[in-house]
Design a protein around this ligand. Structure first.
Ligand SMILES: [Zn+2]
Length: 119
């Protein structure tokens, strides 16, 4: 069965978190636990903007990437929230959330000193 564009949009709307419900949002956190608290804040801030739905978060080259659904006129506010979270992730250990730095070993990842050699 091929989904129409409308059905795909509907599916994404069903998956998105609009109300700051962390239980619902956390399965979409495809990042280390050290970043969960930052994403929790982001999901709560998203809930303050009408019709803004959090979809998922992942990491690319050590940087936070966030997927969301939004078609309103507060895109700049949304980008500020995402940028703020991404900036926090850049200085927070992926594993534990303690202060860290972006480091490359086998791949780029933000780590604190203790997790320097974690895999
Ligand atoms: Zn750490």
């Amino acid at each position: 069965m091929v989904m129409t564009k409308e059905q795909m949009e509907e599916r994404r709307r069903q998956l998105a978190v609009y109300d700051g419900d962390l239980e619902h949002a956390r399965p979409g956190y495809n990042v280390g636990e050290g970043w969960y608290a930052i994403l929790d804040d982001l999901v709560r801030e998203f809930a303050e903007i009408d019709d803004l739905g959090f979809l998922s978060a992942h990491e690319k080259w050590g940087h936070l990437r966030v997927s969301y659904l939004y078609s309103g006129d507060r895109k700049e506010d949304v980008e500020v929230i995402v940028k703020h979270a991404a900036d926090r992730c850049l200085v927070s250990c992926w594993y534990c959330g303690e202060p860290g730095q972006l480091k490359q070993e086998r791949w780029w990842r933000v780590r604190c000193d203790e997790h320097w050699s974690a895999t």
